[in-house]
Design a protein around this ligand. Structure first.
Ligand code: BG6
Length: 498
């Protein structure tokens, strides 16, 4: 049990609830949801009287329980499951058999919830393919499961929320026709990461930040999520998605709004989301002719990652050999407001890169002139790097005198680790599910945010749709020359994480 979770336990325990998982045999459930629920039960983030109800197709209860148990052993070995512990967890699991398109599934679910008696609160987690979100919400509605007469009813929608502006709008309309916006929790798991929430604390709990946090001192900002993994088993999804949809439109643009927003009037869901929305509205729109200048798309070729040979994207199972889908994407955004005019925000992400690391790098302007210019060394621009993962923390790059009878300059790096991943950091899914159970939607995207972010990337999607070939980079490297071009006028150029 982590120190962080202990602390949460002291402050807020959720009321008993029925936690319904649609897609209870799927990958997300096995990898993330079940391990998170076990830990949440352990430390009191889920009330012990709660029940977890899996909606399961083509399996009996015994098979499903075995699948859950195997999943915990495979994906969460740290959650050791001796027989007693497993039996306690299994006693909280219920199963409702059925297909999502079968009306009977929803009425059986309603009967099960009725039988469970006292717990009227329900969270419905849609860990299912996106095409089913709207239909599932409608099924719940027809079965009378969205009405909040006696307890809350909340639906959790996973990413991707739409594949473009039109589909995101259609999905919003479909959901809102059967359930109120306040009951919809659109998950972006990046916002559940503690290091991401910590960005807000760094910004708004330290008075030294605000005076520097603007165009007068900051040259450029780079927000990055570099991964070493490839596309794993998800070729079908990824071929239609690519890195722009998969990461930039969602996770990275959400991070950008947190970095760029004005201080909210209070730390409540709508106050925070109003400020994030203002950032999105101030983003400069892309004209078709801007896309080539302001974006980079590339795809991994074969190479070596962490000492292992890895195949090219086009050789992955399920990927077309002619595919021009981007596995690396970068976009240079501009925010047209008083605080940020002229400061480029460069968001980039890629798979099969040299390192797994996510960062927000604030690069400050160069000193106005070099007082020490009779010497060979020149001061480098200061940089403040928020390391989001792994091992979150802050790094400040300064200039200092070299020791000895000289004014030569050396780079000094000050590091302030935030917490160790292994011991203290709660998983994003624990935090987000707990927020759903306690009704806090601050870390979830509102319908207008999702639509606005799709609207902004729409011209890029349109231009990239016409693409038949794509630059390649060797897996396990940072060899993407177009990034140097994209960041040419930024002090220090492309920041490859070290
Ligand atoms: C998911 C993307 O949303 O985030 C994946 O679909 C990506 O492609 C993942 O690998 C990255 O998340 P994390 O938490 O591992 O950085």
């Amino acid at each position: 049990m982590s120190a962080q979770l202990d602390k949460r336990l002291c402050t807020e325990t959720a009321a008993p609830a029925n936690i319904v998982i649609f897609g209870a045999t799927g990958d997300l459930t096995k990898r993330k949801l079940m391990p998170a629920l076990v830990r949440m039960l352990d430390c009191g983030l889920v009330h012990p009287d709660s029940r977890i109800i899996g909606v399961v197709r083509d399996m009996d209860r015994g098979q499903w329980l075995q699948l859950v148990r195997d999943g915990l052993a495979e994906f969460s070995p740290a959650v050791s499951m001796d027989e007693d512990r497993w039996q306690t967890f299994a006693s909280r699991l219920r199963m409702v058999p059925g297909d999502l398109d079968d009306e009977g599934t929803y009425s059986r679910l309603a009967d099960t919830l009725e039988l469970l008696g006292g717990r009227k609160n329900a969270m419905f987690y849609c860990a299912i393919p996106p095409g089913w979100y709207g239909k599932t919400a409608a099924g719940l509605n027809r079965a009378g499961l969205t009405a909040q007469d006696e307890g809350y009813r909340r639906i959790v929608i996973e990413k991707p929320f739409g594949m473009d502006l039109a589909s995101a709008r259609a999905l919003n309309r479909e959901l809102q026709s059967v359930i109120d916006e306040s009951q919809i929790f659109r998950i972006d798991h990046y916002l559940g990461k503690e290091s991401v929430q910590n960005l807000l604390v760094y910004r708004f709990a330290n008075s030294i930040m605000e005076p520097l946090w603007n165009r007068n001192y900051i040259d450029s900002i780079q927000i990055s999520v570099a991964e070493t993994l490839g596309i794993e088993y998800r070729a079908k999804y990824y071929e239609n998605s690519g890195a722009l949809r998969d990461m930039i439109q969602s996770h990275l643009m959400q991070l950008m709004t947190l970095v760029a927003m004005e201080p909210p009037v209070e730390f409540t869901a709508d106050a925070v989301r109003d400020e994030k929305m203002k950032v999105l509205r101030a983003l400069r729109r892309f004209e078709p002719q801007d896309v080539t200048q302001q974006t980079v798309a590339a795809q991994y070729a074969s190479g070596r990652v962490n000492g292992d040979d890895v195949a090219a994207y086009v050789s992955e199972e399920g990927v077309s050999p002619e595919s021009a889908t981007e596995t690396f994407a970068a976009v240079r955004f501009h925010i047209d407001n008083w605080r940020w005019q002229g400061v480029p925000f460069i968001l980039w992400t890629g798979k099969r890169l040299q390192k797994k690391v996510s960062e927000v790098m604030i690069r400050f302007r160069n000193p106005p002139f070099n007082l020490f210019d009779n010497h060979a060394s020149v001061p480098a621009a200061n940089a403040l790097v928020f390391r989001l993962q792994p091992d979150g923390g802050v790094v400040l790059r300064m200039n200092a005198k070299m020791p000895g009878l000289t004014t030569d300059i050396q780079r000094l790096v000050m590091r302030a680790p935030y917490a160790s991943d292994a011991e203290e950091i709660a998983d994003a899914y624990e935090i987000l599910m707990h927020d759903v159970l306690t009704g806090d939607s601050t870390l979830f995207s509102r319908s207008d945010e999702v639509e606005e972010s799709w609207e902004i990337v729409e011209p890029i999607l349109a231009a990239w749709r016409e693409r038949f070939s794509i630059e390649r980079y060797r897996a396990g490297t940072w060899d993407i020359p177009a990034m140097d071009a994209l960041t040419r006028d930024c002090v220090g150029g492309w920041h490859r994480p070290s």
